[in-house]
Design a protein around this ligand. Structure first.
Ligand code: FAD
Length: 304
């Protein structure tokens, strides 16, 4: 199938099923660093059925695809991506329900909305994630964590697996570790959590404390992708401290700048390209290796 045929099929699919599709989209609109090249297509299905048939079509025709959340951990290169990016931003992917201590949320829900929703319902367990941007889907894929990890209270996830089939995976059948989960090959549709009952006021207080602590240390107000490097395993200082001790605060390549507030954050100070970020990461990684013998690994996902 040529490009024009795929384009027409995706238009027809979205028109028939209620979704939205755009072509030749600037990816800067889809990540929190506001950089990156162009996507062949960005498709936002209106429901799970539409998503399922879209994925079946893409798999069947050998078309590459990738789900994106808020792009708060994604560095898109300054290139043309011959891919279909899928967004779960329709309300149908953001539903949250509570039954007793069981909370179920769509993967497209923002983590911040989920945290507010659980506090309102007197359900504790997400307070330690306050201030982390992005969606629940992205958080589960990366096992996002701060004072707690998103996987801690997880019971199960509903996914579309690699064969395009809907499957419920119990937590015991999945693996979660530092910024990693075995769910990466799937599309997460929703997740079920077992929470703890507490007073809403207590929960809100903990959310506030976590958020303030994070805000004091990290440049949450800037355009960034969060921590650029993972903390090294073993008996080493955290990546941010190594970068700071290497004198890298304020280092810059083009519009990409190492934050003066937290050295593990690269800020888009204006017009930064992805290439600026990649080169600055190279400079910073080399300096840390030369000074401390530690090889830093990226925490952000560089999309190839
Ligand atoms: C200011 C700032 C602070 C941050 N602080 C933290 C922190 O304290 N702790 C932390 O862990 N992270 C932190 N991050 C990183 C980031 O916010 C998290 O990794 C977040 O969970 C990513 O969510 P997202 O929706 O933006 O995912 P994206 O960045 O859009 O995607 C991340 C990955 O998830 C996949 N994905 C997204 N949704 C789905 C889905 N439904 N199904 C399957 N795959 C999916 C994508 O394909 C991609 O591989 C921070 C980032 C910023 C900008």
């Amino acid at each position: 199938m040529n490009k024009e045929q795929v384009r027409r099929s995706l238009w027809a699919h979205a028109a028939a099923m209620g979704g939205a599709v755009v072509f030749d989209e600037p990816l800067a609109k889809y990540n929190t660093f506001f950089a990156g090249g162009t996507a062949f297509s960005v498709y936002s299905p209106s429901c799970g059925v539409e998503l399922g048939s879209l994925v079946a079509y893409l798999i069947g025709n050998g078309i590459q695809y990738m789900v994106i959340g808020k792009g708060s951990n994604l560095l898109f290169k300054d290139i043309y991506y011959d891919k279909v990016f899928i967004l779960l931003e329709h309300e149908n992917f953001k539903r949250m329900t509570v039954s007793g201590k069981i909370l179920i949320s769509g993967a497209g829900a923002k983590l911040s909305s989920l945290i507010t929703f659980s506090a309102k319902n007197g359900l504790s367990g997400f307070e330690g994630l306050a201030g982390i941007p992005g969606t629940l889907g992205g958080a589960l894929i990366n096992n996002a964590s701060n004072k707690c990890a998103v996987s801690e209270n997880l019971l199960s996830v509903k996914v579309i697996n690699r064969d395009g089939a809907v499957e419920v995976i119990q937590k015991e059948k999945a693996e979660f570790s530092y910024r990693r989960s075995s769910l990466r090959e799937t599309i997460i549709l929703e997740a079920e959590f077992l929470m703890e009952s507490k007073l809403s006021s207590e929960i809100r207080e903990r959310i506030k404390m976590t958020f303030i602590e994070k805000l004091l240390k990290q440049p949450l107000e800037e355009r960034t992708l969060g921590c650029v490097f993972k903390n090294p395993a073993g008996n080493f200082l955290p990546a941010g401290k190594l970068l700071e001790n290497a004198g890298l605060k304020g280092a810059r390549v083009g519009g990409a700048l190492i934050s003066g507030k937290h050295a593990n954050f690269i800020v888009n100070s204006g017009g930064a390209s992805s290439d600026d970020v990649a080169r600055l990461m190279g400079v910073a990684g080399d300096k840390v290796f030369k000074m401390f013998g530690v090889e830093l690994e990226p925490e952000i996902e560089i999309i190839g």
